[in-house]
Write a protein that binds this ligand. Structure first.
Ligand code: SAM
Length: 240
């Protein structure tokens, strides 16, 4: 049946995502710097600035991986706050937890699927997902879960690759499909994982479509900011 195929596809996608991140976990941060020319640090800095996280905030970092955002939030939220680093992948999560520990921050960590978050309703002031949403099988379900765990008045931030400004598209495609897999080969000996990442960027919803999905799951005042000519977009929405 059609449904049967869909189930196989979904299981395959989830397995592929698990393989990709288990394979790249050890050198993930180096690859991020190389592939983005360090730009991912600026994109994350912008996200942190828009988050409104302050002393005492309760923050959930979904698909937090090696913990760049969690670290910044832990510094801002202080001892009276709470920052949860979560991810579906054990290798990424372990690396994230160790990195934060090395820098003197011990945060609670949970291995979980964004589509089924193990937290009560109305709990967090801020929920973030950076470069994770495009890997999720049911993006609407994951976004609805993120909304569920937000307090009324809380905000969701989604940082993700998006649709680049049209005139740049040929160069961007060349970079994604020719340069990135070669970097993957050179640094992690795994060009396929990076080919998958480039493909997942191409099929991810564009700025307006993602805004629509966020509104459909009940987020309000949704807006987005294009960064680096739309290579990346930060979407922000509120729960009321
Ligand atoms: N947020 C980190 C950052 O910005 O550097 C890590 C981003 S990494 C590209 C994507 C992460 O999404 C991986 O660690 C992966 O395990 C995680 N992920 C994929 N599918 C997920 C899901 N369904 N639920 C939770 N995490 C997921």
């Amino acid at each position: 049946t059609h449904f049967g195929y869909q189930q196989v596809d979904e299981a395959e996608k989830a397995q592929k995502v698990a393989d990709v991140f288990s394979s790249v976990a050890q050198r993930y941060d180096l690859m991020n710097d190389l592939m983005s020319g360090g730009l991912h640090r600026l994109w994350k800095a912008f996200t942190i600035a828009q988050s409104g996280v302050r002393e005492g905030s309760r923050v959930l970092d979904v698909a937090g991986g090696t913990g760049d955002l969690s670290l910044a939030f832990a510094k801002k939220a202080g001892k009276s706050g709470q920052v949860w680093l979560t991810d579906i992948n054990n290798a990424m999560l372990t690396r994230g937890r160790d990195r934060l520990c090395d820098k003197g921050f011990v945060v609670p960590v949970a291995q979980c699927d964004a589509e089924k978050l193990p937290f009560p309703d109305d709990y967090f002031d801020v929920v973030t997902v950076a470069f994770g949403l495009r890997n999720m099988t049911h993006k609407d379900k994951a976004l609805a879960e993120m909304r569920r765990v937000l307090k009324p008045g809380g905000r969701l931030l989604v940082l993700e690759f998006s649709q680049v400004w049209k005139p740049l598209a040929p160069f961007y495609d060349f970079y994604s499909f020719q340069v990135i897999p070669r970097l993957g080969q050179l640094i992690v000996k795994d060009p396929d994982s990076y080919r998958y990442l480039s493909e997942s960027i191409r099929v991810h919803p564009d700025q307006e479509t993602l805004k629509g999905i966020m509104e459909q799951v009940g987020l309000e005042k949704v807006e987005y900011f294009n960064l680096t000519m739309g290579v990346v977009a930060l979407h922000r929405g509120y729960k009321y």
